[in-house]
Design a protein around this ligand. Structure first.
Ligand SMILES: [Zn+2]
Length: 119
């Protein structure tokens, strides 16, 4: 009986740690976060992002792709569109986002409903 109780308490504890906090898209902070120190990266300069806190430099392609992977992990059902990625990355050039998405993903559709899937 004691063992059963102990196992039960372990299970309860474990599930408490495994519980994922509830979230939805609007409540999450947008922007590309530095992979070294988790501060927000600054807008691109010559196709690179710079971390104002630790000085880490990353290509904008890498930073955007990192953010897209994050988005897909957080919202597996979400369609990856250039508008969503633009908003999620906190950038201002939709052309740049489209170029990166076209390089790395397959484009589906031709109109405003265009979205991107993995090749
Ligand atoms: Zn940093």
């Amino acid at each position: 009986m004691q063992i059963a109780e102990r196992l039960l308490s372990l299970t309860v504890d474990k599930s408490r740690y495994l519980r994922v906090p509830e979230y939805d898209y609007p409540m999450l902070k947008k922007g590309i976060i530095c992979e070294k120190c988790e501060q927000e990266m600054m807008s691109p300069v010559a196709r690179h992002l710079v971390c104002p806190s630790c000085g880490h430099i990353e290509s904008i392609v890498n930073g955007v792709m990192r953010n897209v992977r994050e988005l897909k992990m957080l919202f597996p059902e979400m369609k990856i569109t250039s508008a969503i990625v633009l908003d999620w990355c906190g950038l201002d050039s939709v052309k740049c986002i489209r170029r990166i998405l076209m390089m790395n993903y397959e484009k589906i559709g031709r109109t405003s409903g265009t979205f991107y899937v993995e090749k």
